[in-house]
Design a binder for this molecule. Structure first.
Ligand SMILES: [Zn+2]
Length: 414
């Protein structure tokens, strides 16, 4: 498709000018968002701020759902696109490691610093303002564009979209996730799952350890075996590489610090590449000799934490890898839009991180693409940051995507 047939140079220039005019307002909104801490399950104030911004920009049907996600739309056509950003952030780790207060929204040298700046408050601000620009330019009659500002994304990356698809009427034909892609087009990601292993021993007095069975000693060879297994995973994907295994927590219980622990637990963050299934990944761990020898319990974890609205939606902690065809309209339109916005060939890639795409594409098979400002390198790290110059092109992307996508699908079934 030649994108110049869709968006004329005049129209593109007009969109860029509108994005330029809106950029200061978008930056102010982003600074506000960064100054409102919004850990997973504690997003209420940030949700209220998002609703106010949507209402002031003229969004229709702005509402909170029962989980606490904020939704609003422009357009009222039967074909639905959704543009998603999660509102919540991870914690800040050690505050003394930050160059600037993570909740002040300090801007220095064109960079805004603060928790969530890259993941995904920058994307969220750009989406809300960008889709409002789309409405000013004119959303195609046959489309509705929903902005989904979702919660619990860091705690359980697929939860909000499992809820939206399973429990509401929202049925987008394409989802755009405003992940920090550094203005590149992302068309796939690794998935992940969370696994727990429990070993059980027999407690006795710490002065006579040989009389008991130390559950930590049972677990230690399992930890070593997992480290080895990580290096031996065979399924390789040309771009995503192999999956990975990381032990991220090791705990134990004993009646006293002067007693032998009778139970030990580890938590495993298992990243899945395309070609690996959750069942196989569990079976692989269950088959380890160290696991078999002590009959350790290996189990997939579930998520059952209530959202900030007190709504629990239990689910397994399995977030599949996903990939959207690069020959399809969703990716083609994303590339055309990014080309328009950047004035150069955009980077196209798959990402090692997880996002809402693990639900929209991984679980439900909805063509999904990622595009957003900021670099994923800064996500979850101290000195989380976003280059403010990326907001304007991101806004222009969200403003133009629907029209370009419409043209890309005009000669085929949606
Ligand atoms: Zn994150």
């Amino acid at each position: 498709m030649d994108e110049n047939n869709v968006i004329s140079p005049e129209q593109a220039t007009h969109t860029f000018r509108l994005a330029e005019e809106s950029a200061p307002e978008c930056i102010e909104f982003l600074r506000d968002l960064v100054t409102i801490p919004s850990p997973s399950r504690g997003e209420r104030l940030a949700c209220e701020r998002v609703m106010r911004e949507m209402e002031s920009l003229g969004y229709r049907d702005v509402h909170l759902d029962e989980m606490g996600n904020v939704l609003g739309r422009f357009g009222s056509g039967p074909r639905v696109l959704a543009i998603d950003a999660h509102i919540d952030t991870v914690g800040i780790s050690n505050p003394t490691h930050w160059k600037y207060d993570p909740f002040r929204g300090v801007v220095s040298g064109g960079i805004l610093y603060g928790r969530g700046a890259s993941d995904q408050k920058g994307g969220l601000a750009a989406v809300i303002h960008g889709v409002a620009l789309a409405a000013r330019i004119g959303i195609p009659d046959d489309f509705s564009v929903w902005v989904t500002a979702t919660v619990n994304g860091e705690d359980c990356v697929s939860l909000a979209w499992q809820y939206l698809i399973n429990e509401t009427e929202l049925r987008p034909e394409v989802v755009v996730v405003s992940m920090p892609s550094h203005l590149g087009v992302c068309f796939g990601q690794r998935g992940r799952m969370e696994i727990e292993i429990v070993t059980r021993g027999v407690s006795t007095h710490g002065s006579q350890p040989d009389r008991g069975t130390n559950a930590i000693y049972l677990m230690s060879p399992i930890v070593d075996a997992l480290a080895d297994l990580h290096g031996e995973l065979v399924t390789d994907h040309p771009n995503l590489g192999r999956g990975s295994i990381a032990v991220t927590e090791f705990s134990s219980q004993s009646p006293s610090l002067t007693a032998i622990p009778d139970e030990s637990r580890i938590h495993i963050d298992r990243r899945l590449t395309i070609g690996e299934t959750p069942d196989e990944a569990l079976a692989e761990i269950g088959a380890l000799a160290a696991v078999q020898e002590c009959q350790a319990e290996v189990r997939l974890l579930d998520y059952n934490q209530p959202s900030w609205r007190g709504f629990a939606y239990p689910t397994d902690k399995v977030f599949p890898a996903w990939e959207t065809s690069i020959d399809g309209a969703a990716v083609g339109a994303a590339m055309s839009t990014a080309r328009q916005v950047l004035g150069r060939e955009p980077r196209i890639h798959r990402s090692k991180f997880a996002s809402s795409g693990c639900a929209t594409a991984g679980l439900f098979g909805i063509p999904t693409i990622g595009f957003g400002p900021a670099d994923e390198l800064h996500s979850h790290s101290v000195n989380d940051q976003i280059a403010l110059a990326q907001l304007q092109p991101a806004m222009a992307f969200y403003a133009m995507y629907t029209e370009i996508y419409q043209a890309a699908t005009s000669d085929r079934n949606p």
